[in-house]
Design a protein around this ligand. Structure first.
Ligand code: SAH
Ligand code: SF4
Ligand code: F3S
Length: 453
């Protein structure tokens, strides 16, 4: 019996997947591992042991492709070193850079055997087989008529306390700076039934929090049952062992009443909302093709704060979009002062080939972008610290996720997504602990454990 098991284990291979980019790429990497498991691949964290290495790439800002090619250079050296020892290592490039510049990767890095996009990784078994037959590279960057979700095996991800679940993909909004509509393709929503089934598997495997993902997650629709994002949230909240629900990323124009009311009516839906505005200037928002102005954004925030006053609000900002004047930038600073964010991401505008903004005149000089970004980030950092400080004295529940780097401690997150350390051990993983907040820092909170009454 044991001999048989040893044999079976020795024939298993190892796959190393490196992930850049958004949480959807994190989700995709996990699902690639699910597709590869029946083919005999187990995921490893050590690339030097891998038989197959997949780079799951992001194309959202510049330097992504240079990063990829320098990583590929390193992997080529590793591949050669292992070849000397008689091991053939396959290299694959997946994700949004693969989708955008697949041909270029094929030409510049001929040792890459597989190139596939975000919508074709369910075909990995076939691609690997073709790769084994053909000499050279297999490239598949189609947007197939069949959605990948219909072909993916059941999720295998074990013991992830906080799981991700893609419910919607792609984007039809075509903001003028953004590559996502080109790399991920058109908007597509999964069926409500398949989402609930996947959530049940995640929870059975240990998930206690699920973040529903989509490039435009609140545009989710399953018209066959008349469901939007709010219906998914309501159904998920019925799963007993699931403690917390989150979602991202939302577009301001798709915040419907049902979703806003869910923030009032569904206790498991966390009081956190990532709602990017990008700029506070109406002229820049129009040039960005965002299709909303600053006033509409403020109105959405008002509606949601009415039902959930202590909501942690987050956003994305782009500074130095073509044509952005000092007064446009000041409008961004002003909306930040008015809204008050709990956290946010901010970026210098990055010219993406093929997007309308990349050829607009009046590109903003690099040093101006840098200086504006520094001012915006200082303000956002202050607001984040203030939000955290306002929690001192409150009792918050913390979902314990994993071991902390500090000995004898675990880490987890508050409902507002703040990081917290909790004294304890692995037996606490997946439980909610009540903590009275005693200290607040820019990126985390500290507190004392409050025993259950
Ligand atoms: N779907 C989401 C965001 C997807 S990309 C939304 O609509 O908000 C994540 C963030 O990257 C964007 O919100 C934007 O702030 C930033 N981003 C996208 N393209 C960019 C570019 N060309 N330059 C700089 N930042 C960019
Ligand atoms: Fe990109 Fe705009 Fe679509 Fe977001 S809504 S993914 S920023 S095109
Ligand atoms: Fe990047 Fe593609 Fe996500 S470009 S941000 S990995 S959708």
């Amino acid at each position: 019996m044991n001999d048989y098991k040893d044999d079976a284990e020795s024939t298993r291979k190892k796959v190393f997947i490196k992930t850049w980019g958004c949480q959807m790429n994190v989700y995709d990497s996990a699902r690639m591992a699910d597709v590869l498991a029946p083919l005999g691949y187990d995921r490893t964290d050590d690339q030097t042991l891998a038989d197959l290495i997949i780079l799951n790439t992001c194309h959202i800002r510049e330097k992504a492709s240079e990063k990829l090619f320098s990583e590929l250079g390193r992997l080529r050296a590793l591949q050669k070193a292992r070849e000397v020892k008689g091991v053939k290592v396959k290299i694959g490039v997946a994700g949004c850079v693969a989708q955008a510049i697949g041909e270029e990767i094929k030409n510049r890095a001929p040792y890459v055997e597989l190139i596939f996009g975000p919508q074709t990784y369910h075909r990995l078994p076939e691609l690997l087989l073709r790769g084994a037959r053909d000499v050279g590279c297999v490239l598949d960057t189609d947007f197939p008529a069949e959605p990948k979700f219909d072909f993916l095996p059941e999720s295998q991800s074990h013991s992830q306390i906080c799981g991700f679940l893609s419910v919607q993909e792609g984007c039809d909004r075509f903001c003028s700076y953004c590559v996502v509509p080109y790399t991920r393709g058109a908007e597509y929503s999964r069926t409500l039934t398949s989402i609930i089934a996947e959530a049940e598997v995640l929870v059975a495997n240990g998930a206690r929090e699920i973040t529903l993902l989509g490039q435009n997650v609140n545009a989710y629709r399953d018209d066959s049952v008349g469901a939007g994002l709010a219906e998914i949230i309501c159904e998920l909240s019925e799963i007993k062992d699931l403690l917390r629900i989150r979602y991202m990323t939302s577009h301001p124009l798709d915040m419907d009443d049902a979703l806003i009311e869910a923030h009032r009516d569904v206790p498991k839906l966390m009081p956190f909302l990532h709602l990017p505005i990008q700029s506070g200037s109406d002229m820049i928002l129009a040039a960005m093709n965002r299709k909303h102005n600053a006033g509409q954004y403020r109105a959405v925030v008002e509606r949601i704060r009415k039902v959930q006053p202590k909501l942690a609000l987050s956003s994305d900002f782009i500074v130095g979009f073509p044509g952005e004047s000092e007064s446009d930038f000041e409008a961004t600073m002003q909306i930040v002062r008015d809204i008050e964010y709990a956290q946010a991401f901010s970026f210098k505008y990055s010219r993406r080939p093929g997007t309308p903004a990349s050829v607009m005149s009046e590109q903003v000089p690099e040093e101006v972008k840098e200086e504006r970004l520094a001012r915006l980030q200082a303000l956002l950092r202050k607001q984040q610290t203030d939000f955290n400080k306002a929690c001192i004295g409150e009792t918050l529940s913390v979902l314990v996720e994993n071991v902390s780097r500090r000995d004898g401690y675990m880490f987890g997150r508050s409902p507002y997504l703040q990081t917290m350390r909790v004294k304890g051990d692995v037996t606490m993983m997946g439980t909610e602990q009540k903590m009275r907040i005693t200290q607040a820092y820019p990126n985390s909170l500290d507190g004392e454990w409050v025993p259950e009454p």
